[in-house]
Design a protein around this ligand. Structure first.
Ligand code: S3P
Length: 455
C-alpha cells in the first residue's frame, strides 16, 4: 500500500500539463465504440476508471489498437473501431472498478442492446446510488435489476429492451444521469428530453455534436433525436481541469508563486474552480487557444497572492463538485470564513466527501463545522502535519497532499494507490513540486509509441 510523505514548500515556479480529462475519456471510448467507423482518440486518460470503460467496450465487441502509452499506466492514443450502435454480449460480467461515470453511462448505452449484461464495481461503487439511473431508464422501458447488498446498488443486471423516448425532470443535478438517459435515447425513435435542475457538465452533448449527433438545448432542457449513429471521427481529449485544480490551489495559496498549466479543458460547465480561486484572491489568466472537437482548450496561469475566504454559490456547486475537497483545503489556508453548502451530493461520491474532508482538516488543526449539505471553514489557523487516511478516495488523497505542502512538519497520507483512478503521474508531479523544480522536463510523463492490440 503506497503512501505520500509531504513536506512544506517555499516556492512554486513551474510549467506543465496534466493528463487527459476523465469525463471526456469515458465518453470518447463509448461514443467512438458505437460510431460507424474508425476513430483516433488522442490524449485518452490512462487511469484505472477510464481503462475499465475501455475494457468494457472491448468486452462488448469493440476492437481497438493502442498507438501510444503513458509508461507504467496505459494507452493514451487509441484507434477505436465503432460497431454502428450494435454491441455484442459480453462473455463475462463487466468490472467498472471505482467509477460511477463508467457504470452509469454504460447502463444507458446497454439498456437497449438485445442481451443481458452485468455491471459490477468495487466496494465504494457498490454502495453508490443507482436508482437515479434505474428509474428513468425503467420509464423508457429498460429492465435493470440492482442486485447489491445495499438496496438500489450495484451489481446491476441490465436486460436490454426496446426503449421509448421520455421527457425526464432530474431530481438531482447530475451529468452522469443526464448522459445515461441521452445515450439510451440514441436507441429510441423520437425525442428524449432531460430537464436539469441546474446546469451540469455538457461533455456528452458536445461530444455527440462533434460526432454528428444533434441535440438541442433550451435553458436547462436537453433534447436528443433518436436513431442517429455517431459519425466516426478523431477526438483529442484536453487536460483534466479537475486534476489541474490541485496545482491551481497550491499556486494560489502560495505568495509569489507562478504556475502555467498547459492545454487544459476550459469548458464553462467545468471552470468554476478558476472564478472561485480568483474570488479568493489569486491572479489567474486563462486563455482558450483551441476550440477543435467542440471543447475549448487553453492555458491557465496562476500567480499566488494569498487567499481570503468566500461563499460558494448554489449554482456553482455542480460545476465544481469534484473540486470541493481541494477548495476546502484552500479555505483552511485562507484568511476568514468559507461557506460550502447545497453540496449534499458530496455524500454519495467515492467516499462521503463531507465527512472525509472534515475529518482530515480537523486532524491538521483546521477549524471546520460540518453540515448535512456542506461545511464552514474558518481559515488562517496554521496547519500541522498529521497521518491521514485517503479512505481509498483519489480526490481526498490528492487534496490532502496539497494541504501537506502548507503544513508544519510532515504529512503522511496512507493508501494512495487510488490516485491512479483519475491522475496517473500525480506522484511524479507532487515530487517535482516538493523539490521545487523549475525545469519543465521534471514534470514530463513518459510516453511510449508502438502499435499493439489490447492484452
Ligand atoms: C461526472 C459527473 C459528476 C462528477 C464525476 C464525473 C461525469 O458526477 O462528480 O466525477 O463524467 O459526468 P454527477 O454528474 O453524478 O454529479
Amino acid at each position: 500500500m503506497s503512501v505520500f510523505k509531504v513536506k512544506a514548500i517555499q516556492s512554486l515556479q513551474a510549467e506543465f500539463s496534466v493528463p487527459g480529462d476523465k469525463s471526456m475519456s469515458h465518453r470518447a471510448a463509448m461514443i467512438a465504440g458505437i460510431s460507424n467507423g474508425d476513430c483516433l482518440i488522442r490524449n485518452f486518460l490512462p487511469s484505472e476508471d477510464c481503462l475499465n470503460t475501455l475494457k468494457a467496450m472491448g468486452a462488448l465487441g469493440v476492437s481497438y489498437t493502442i498507438l501510444e502509452e503513458l509508461e507504467g499506466f496505459g494507452p493514451t492514443v487509441i484507434r477505436i473501431s465503432g460497431r454502428k450502435m450494435k454491441l455484442l454480449k459480453s462473455p463475462m460480467p463487466i468490472d467498472c472498478g471505482n467509477s460511477g461515470t463508467g457504470m452509469r453511462l454504460l447502463a444507458g448505452l446497454l439498456a437497449a442492446q438485445p442481451f443481458d449484461t452485468e455491471l459490477f464495481g468495487d466496494e465504494s461503487l457498490s454502495s453508490r446510488p443507482m436508482g437515479r439511473i434505474i428509474n428513468p431508464l425503467a420509464q423508457m422501458g429498460a429492465e435493470i435489476h440492482a442486485r447489491g447488498e445495499k438496496a438500489g446498488c450495484a451489481p446491476l443486471v441490465i436486460r436490454g429492451k426496446e426503449l421509448q423516448p421520455i421527457t425526464y425532470e432530474m431530481p438531482v443535478a447530475s451529468a452522469q444521469v443526464k448522459s445515461a438517459i441521452l445515450l439510451a435515447g440514441m436507441f429510441c425513435e423520437g425525442k428524449t428530453t432531460v430537464i436539469q435542475p441546474a446546469e451540469t457538465r455538457d461533455h456528452t452533448e458536445r461530444m455527440l455534436a462533434a460526432f454528428g449527433v444533434r441535440t438541442e438545448r433550451e435553458g436547462n432542457a436537453i433534447t436528443l433525436h433518436g436513431g442517429q449513429c455517431p459519425d466516426a471521427r478523431d477526438f483529442r481529449v484536453p487536460g483534466d481541469i479537475s486534476s489541474a485544480a490541485f496545482w491551481i490551489v497550491a499556486a494560489a495559496a502560495l505568495q509569489g508563486s507562478r504556475l502555467l498549466i498547459q492545454d487544459v479543458g476550459l469548458n464553462e460547465s467545468r471552470n468554476a474552480i478558476i472564478s472561485v480561486m480568483v474570488r479568493m484572491g489569486a491572479k489567474i489568466s486563462d486563455r482558450v487557444h483551441n476550440q477543435e472537437d467542440g471543447e475549448p482548450i487553453g492555458n491557465i496561469e496562476i500567480c499566488g497572492r494569498g487567499l481570503t475566504g468566500t461563499v460558494i454559490r448554489p449554482e456553482e456547486v455542480p460545476n465544481l463538485i469534484d473540486e470541493i475537497p481541494v477548495i476546502a483545503v484552500a479555505a483552511a489556508l485562507a484568511e476568514g470564513k468559507t461557506v460550502i453548502r447545497n453540496a449534499k451530493e458530496l455524500r454519495v461520491k467515492e467516499t462521503d466527501r463531507i465527512t472525509t474532508v472534515v475529518k482530515n482538516l480537523r486532524l491538521m488543526g483546521a477549524e471546520v463545522e460540518e453540515f448535512d449539505d456542506g461545511m464552514e471553514i474558518i481559515g488562517g489557523k496554521p496547519l500541522h502535519g498529521a497521518v491521514l487516511q485517503s479512505y481509498g478516495d483519489h480526490r481526498i488523497a490528492m487534496a490532502f497532499a496539497i494541504a501537506g505542502l502548507f503544513a508544519e512538519g510532515e504529512t503522511i497520507i496512507e493508501n494512495t494507490d487510488c490516485v491512479n483512478t483519475s491522475y496517473p503521474g500525480f506522484e511524479k508531479h507532487l515530487s517535482a513540486i516538493m523539490k521545487e523544480k523549475t525545469d519543465p522536463q521534471a514534470y514530463v510523463l513518459k510516453t511510449i509509441k508502438h502499435e499493439k492490440a489490447w492484452d
